[in-house]
Design a protein around this ligand. Structure first.
Ligand code: B12
Length: 510
């Protein structure tokens, strides 16, 4: 029996979840097809809603690929809800076979999802999906399958969840067979088969030293996170577990043999730095010897240490990101990120210590928290101005993802009234157009003089210019600044002869 797996993804198609589901199904004797539908927030215009519609032609090409399917599976995050609904509705018109949804969004909103699909897989799906597929192929009742929720004539049936996987080394590697893998090419709106040449273009292009954009392979060495942040959907569900280093390296060697043009590894663990020093000692020795590629990984102010940095930089760490989120103590408590300003500043000092061997780090901040006062936002700006070294910022507008504590709180207080429009479709990378948000945005440009930002963030100016709500003026300023930055980047790339960066940009923006 053929099982077709469909996944809307951000621009790259690493999509660990669906590739692992495909691997376990193949191991159990089923044949699978994967349809990747890349296209992330890069398509967004300022303050537009994140509604993306596939053309009739694309939908028909997807249904053509599902002709031989016995089951169709979907995997997606909340941002891709509309796309999953649109495709599933179309497929339902064509076929009468079980359509199952899994992944982070369906896990937290099974009942809503059952308005469109036949079954929802909650949490880790490796064991559950195999049992489900076996029952379907044997023609026996499948509505008792663990981890699955069904909509039956007499109501919803929610089965209990089986144990989460304790030994991650038992999970087969992600499916990179390519054969029977398809990808959406958004310019032509065609679904094309992935061959070696197409695959080459699908890997994430990451900046390495000298501004070169090189193909990167993403993977995860763990599941779960030591932090339990109230805005994060992964914290609620996952206990931290780690793969053995040998298992991780075996995967990387398999990938490097298969795709010998990979030049960067990106560890996309929630918090890679959470592992103990002994893990990194072993990692450094083996990674250097057996892989030797430069790599990226995320840290946090409470998990970083000089020893870890020393080991990881020696192993090849060339770029890190760190969640700062806010400079307000009060809001940190609300986010359950118990850390002091000092600890965050010390972390930036540590990262800066290795700046000779590394790219400029990215720090993450969250804006637009409805419970924040002007003073809280000012605290964030002032903290950013105290950090050591040069850095860039990744700014998110606080989004109340399903399953998070803040989602519950926002609903209870009437802050979210329409979850589909206010959460799933929220353009989270565009904060409100306010005075303080604009200053925070500017602080993410290392070349922008800090003294100007310090001067314009004195109480007098903030009291005169800052309003809680967006204004047309700051919207214009944000827009003009963004355009200027783009032009600056374009000119720098031209001067360096890096035409790839420019064509990549035009590939992403229509
Ligand atoms: C890797 C990752 C990414 C990667 C790639 C994601 C991808 N789909 O390819 C990148 C960096 C691109 C990414 C981006 C974003 N991410 Co992200 N990301 C993660 C992360 C750290 C791991 C996800 C993962 O692959 N886990 C490992 C796999 C094995 O687990 P899994 O996907 O859950 O799959 C398992 C089960 O869900 C199930 N399953 C999954 N699919 C299916 C399908 C079927 C049919 C079945 C039966 C079962 C099943 O079985 C799988 C194996 O057990 C999670 C946090 C986390 N720990 O979950 C956040 C997370 C998924 N991301 C999140 C978000 C919000 C984003 C962004 C939208 C925004 C942001 N600020 O980061 C951006 C998107 C940007 C864009 N351009 O559009 C949120 C999603 C919340 C939500 N409700 O949607 C999460 C949970 C983190 C958080 N902040 O809460 N992300």
């Amino acid at each position: 029996m053929d099982i077709v797996l469909v996944t809307p993804t951000p621009p790259d198609i690493n999509a660990f979840g669906i590739r692992i589901i495909s691997s376990v199904l193949k191991k159990a004797g089923f044949s699978t097809k994967i349809i990747f539908l890349p296209g992330g927030i890069e398509y967004l215009r300022f303050d537009s809603k994140y509604i993306y519609k596939y053309s009739r032609k694309t939908l028909e090409q997807i249904s053509d690929l599902c002709e031989s399917a016995g089951i169709i599976g979907f995997s997606f995050m909340s941002q891709y809800y509309d796309r999953a609904v649109q495709i599933t509705k179309h497929l339902k018109e064509c076929f009468n076979i079980p359509m199952i949804w899994g992944g982070i969004h369906p896990t937290y909103r099974p009942e809503e999802c059952l308005n469109f699909c036949d079954a929802v897989c909650i949490g880790e799906g490796e064991n559950a999906v195999v049992k489900f597929a076996q029952k379907i192929s044997m023609g026996i009742d499948y509505t008792d399958t663990e981890n699955f929720v069904f909509k039956l004539n007499n109501g919803i049936r929610e089965n209990k969840c089986g144990q989460t996987i304790q030994n991650l080394d038992e999970v087969p590697f992600v499916d990179y067979d390519i054969e029977n893998h398809y990808v959406y090419e958004w310019r032509s709106e065609d679904i094309i088969p992935i061959d070696e040449e197409v695959m080459k273009g699908q890997f994430l292009k990451m900046t390495y030293f000298n501004d070169k954009h090189l193909p990167a392979y993403r993977t995860m060495t763990s599941r779960g996170c030591p932090h339990k942040c109230t805005y994060c959907a992964s914290s609620a569900m996952l206990k931290l577990r780690r793969r053995s280093i040998d298992n991780v390296l075996e995967e990387l060697k398999m990938i490097m043999k298969r795709f010998d043009y990979i030049e960067i590894i990106s560890f996309f663990d929630d918090t890679f730095f959470a592992a103990p020093i002994t893990y990194f000692e072993e990692f450094r020795d083996k990674y250097k010897r057996e892989i030797g590629l430069p790599f990226h990984a995320q840290c946090s102010p409470t998990t970083i240490s000089n020893k870890k940095m020393e080991l990881l930089v020696d192993a090849g760490l060339f770029y890190t990101e760190m969640g700062i989120q806010t400079g307000s103590d009060r809001i940190r408590k609300m986010y359950r990120r118990v850390v002091s300003d000092k600890k965050i500043i010390d972390a930036s000092v540590l990262i800066n210590r290795y700046s000779k061997n590394m790219l400029m780090p990215d720090y993450h901040v969250i804006l637009d928290n409805p419970w924040e006062t002007k003073e809280d936002v000012l605290d964030t700006l002032r903290l950013l101005l105290k950090l050591s070294g040069r850095y860039k910022l990744q700014i998110s507008s606080l989004t109340f993802y399903p399953g998070t504590e803040l989602n519950e709180k926002a609903k209870a207080e009437g802050i979210i009234k329409d979850e589909v429009n206010e959460v799933y479709r929220k353009p989270f990378t565009y904060p409100k157009f306010t005075y303080l948000n604009y200053l925070i945005y500017l602080s993410g440009f290392p070349w922008f003089p800090r003294w100007i930002l310090r001067f314009v963030s004195i109480d007098l100016f903030v009291n005169i210019f800052h309003r809680q709500e967006s204004s047309v003026f700051y919207r214009l300023l944000f827009n003009i600044t963004r355009k200027m930055i783009l032009v600056r980047k374009g000119i720098t790339s031209l001067l360096k002869g890096d035409f790839g960066r420019i064509t990549n940009y035009f590939k992403l923006v229509r």
